[in-house]
Design a protein around this ligand. Structure first.
Ligand code: AIR
Ligand code: ASP
Length: 285
């Protein structure tokens, strides 16, 4: 009744503008309060899943760089990364690479298998950039003679230091057999992702993967975990060299959400007429 009266007076949009954010915020709080938080990272939160052995992975809008020295909230980033990671993980499963991904639940959340994360960042490089270019005194953009796989120890307080295989085996983070499996999966991911990106005029410069262990009684197997998104890859436009990844944020090169939206649009993950993505989560059931 009241709404009708307001509508007659043309106030309904004013009221809606005031009320909608409050409702959305409430939705967010009740949605989150319903579940037990397992872990909060820089860009994602893990909640207890609906069944044992599952987690819900929630993608935040937070962006960090240089071990969280630089921080910002990029509206819509979580929605884009949720979609893009779903797209890549599903495609990789299609070529026989096991992943933790089960299904996307809503705009910001996906259901995943609970895994024990191997504490390594597995980095694959096709072209010198970032820390490699710096360490080796190479110009960014120099092609490498072949794809190079390297490992960093996942520890922010140490700045994720590069580690040799010797450390990984000696400290028991992974066995030689695990490492062989990880390298062969990482190279297959590289081939798949390079081809996919090439098809839409994007060069895959480098990317970071994480792996996890799935336990099945005493038997364990390694699966691709975490996320694959423009937060974890370097993506350059083939023609112009324009950066379409997190370097846009790291180096202040423009709008990060425009860059990620462009990647999603080219891959057909978002319809081409979507320019703004809503930022609030929708409840699952
Ligand atoms: N990466 C490494 N740690 C976190 C992320 N996201 C990714 C970067 C880049 C690749 O790993 O986004 O695509 C190599 O990073 P760097 O800094 O070692 O050159
Ligand atoms: N290590 C990641 C990056 O360089 C995230 C961070 O530093 O906070 O982007």
């Amino acid at each position: 009744m009241e709404t009708l009266v307001l509508a007659h007076k043309g106030w309904v949009s004013y009221e809606a503008a005031k009320v909608a954010p409050l409702l959305a915020q409430m939705g967010k709080e009740t949605d989150m309060a319903r579940r037990k938080m397992i872990y909060e990272g820089k860009a994602k939160i893990l909640y207890e899943g609906p069944e044992p052995g599952t987690f819900v992975q929630y993608f935040k809008d937070d962006a960090t760089a240089y071990n969280a020295e630089k921080k910002a909230v990029i509206e819509g980033k979580g929605v884009l990364n949720n979609r893009l990671s779903e797209f890549f993980m599903t495609g990789l499963q299609g070529i026989g690479i096991p992943t933790h991904f089960i299904k996307r639940l809503n705009m910001r959340e996906q259901l995943i298998r609970q895994v024990e994360i191997v504490p390594l960042e597995v980095i694959v490089r096709n072209i010198a950039a970032g820390s490699m270019a710096k360490r080796m005194g190479m110009e960014e953009g120099t092609p490498l003679p072949r794809p190079i796989v390297e490992f960093s120890y996942k520890d922010d307080s140490l700045g994720d230091p590069l580690v040799p295989e010797e450390y990984i085996i000696a400290f028991g983070w992974a066995s030689q057999q695990d490492l062989d499996d990880i390298v062969s999966m990482a190279l297959r991911v590289n081939d798949y992702m390079s081809g996919l990106m090439h098809g839409v005029g994007i060069k895959l410069i480098d990317f970071k993967l994480e792996f996890g262990r799935l336990w099945d009684g005493d038997f364990q197997r390694l699966v691709l975990a975490d996320e694959i998104s423009p937060d974890s890859c370097r993506l350059w436009d083939v023609e112009t060299g324009q950066r379409l990844d997190k370097d846009v944020f790291r180096k202040d090169l423009g709008s990060l959400s425009d860059a990620y939206t462009e990647v999603a649009r080219r891959l057909g993950v978002l319809p081409s007429n979507v320019t703004h993505v809503p930022t609030k989560p929708t409840p699952i059931n």
